[in-house]
Design a protein around this ligand. Structure first.
Ligand SMILES: Nc1nc2c(ncn2[C@@H]2O[C@H](COP(=O)(O)OP(=O)(O)OP(=O)(O)O)[C@@H](O)[C@H]2O)c(=O)[nH]1
Ligand SMILES: [Mg+2]
Length: 312
């Protein structure tokens, strides 16, 4: 934990900040998941005549929502960035670029702030600490489009792959699909956040927890905007003729574990990786580009001077 974060938590003046973004094809339940994770109508439903039929609007812009969270006693100011879903073809590369430039733009802001002589005390660090990548529940393999997008983003942001609408697969299909996705991720050398363990630093319990979380990858996600009364308890769930899928039930999906990772247990690690590894790589790339540019300018200047009449 950085000193400023420690001060923030102790002093209680400034909340602990965490920023995430959700990316994936259109209609996979990204916006619904934001309401599920925050347990709040963060993204309001469209107004319609029958409230039971009202759904969320299709997301059309990249938009950030900030909410206060309190998971396992860990109070945070969480910013979730919702993105429009991409289609299956031509419009996707524009989409990819928009998402990548959004992520890089937050790095540029920090870089500019760090280079100032007088820093702005109110500067808010909006670097994205984790990207949830929603994979459609096809039950087959990763599609080219998912591979390409994750490959392009993984050098810039921590990626957590998730299977969207996991309630549409049977447990057997889900297990096989998870295995196939992880194989595709490995073969295509996509770097995802896989709950790394460090034998020298982590205790046995932490290592065990991380290994269990790694074995869940990609997380099976079910989102719902509705609550149902199940055995006298009000739960966020989805209702089907054959039964009820409970969002927080670990037998039904991995949302409970994912919530704890994102709002409590792995917040610090994801923030550190973002700052120490991903941002650092971006920063040095940017600075060496600038250096290269400065050298080129100096060279051009020298050439111009040499060509001036009267110069030796
Ligand atoms: N079966 C199932 N349906 C879901 C789930 N989550 C959301 N949906 C439904 O999928 C539809 C689209 O949900 P949205 O949350 O708007 O999806 P989105 O990814 O934000 O869509 P875009 O903004 O258009 O990209 C809605 O009808 C939701 O009720 C889920 O986990 N399982
Ligand atoms: Mg949406």
């Amino acid at each position: 934990m950085s000193m400023s974060d420690m001060r923030a938590r102790r002093g209680g003046k400034k909340a602990f900040l965490f920023n995430m973004i959700i990316v994936g094809q259109a209609g996979l339940g990204k916006s619904t998941f934001i309401n599920t994770l925050t347990n709040h109508p963060t993204i309001p439903k469209r107004q319609c005549d029958d409230p039971a039929q009202c759904t969320l609007e299709k997301t059309v812009d990249i938009q950030a929502y900030t909410v206060e969270t309190d998971e396992d006693g860990m109070k945070m100011q969480l910013t979730v960035v919702d993105t429009p879903g991409f289609g299956e073809n031509i419009d996707s590369s524009t989409h990819f670029n928009e998402i990548l430039s959004y992520i890089e733009h937050q790095y540029d802001d920090v870089l500019a702030e760090e280079s100032k002589i007088k820093r702005n005390p109110k500067f808010q660090d909006s670097r994205i600490h984790v990207l949830l990548y929603f994979i459609p529940p096809t039950g087959h393999a990763l599609r080219e489009i998912d591979i390409e997008l994750m490959k392009r983003l993984c050098g810039r942001v921590n990626i957590l792959p998730c299977i969207a609408k996991a309630d549409t697969l049977t447990p057997k299909e889900l297990a096989a699909f998870k295995m196939r996705i992880m194989e595709d991720i490995a073969v295509n050398e996509i770097q995802v956040f896989d709950f790394p363990c460090d034998e020298n630093e982590d205790d046995d319990e932490t290592m065990q927890e991380n290994l269990e979380l790694r074995s869940l990858l990609p997380f099976a996600v079910v989102g719902s905007d509705d609550t149902l009364l199940v055995n006298g308890r009000t739960l966020r769930a989805r209702q089907y003729p054959w039964g009820i899928v409970e969002v927080e039930n670990m037998k039904h999906c991995d949302v409970a574990q994912l919530r704890s990772v994102l709002l409590s247990t792995h917040v610090q690690e994801l923030k550190e990786l973002t700052h120490d590894v991903l941002y650092e790589a971006y920063r040095s790339e940017k600075l060496s580009q600038l250096e290269g540019l400065a050298e080129k300018l100096a060279e051009l200047n020298m050439q111009a001077q040499e060509q001036q009449p009267g110069s030796v």
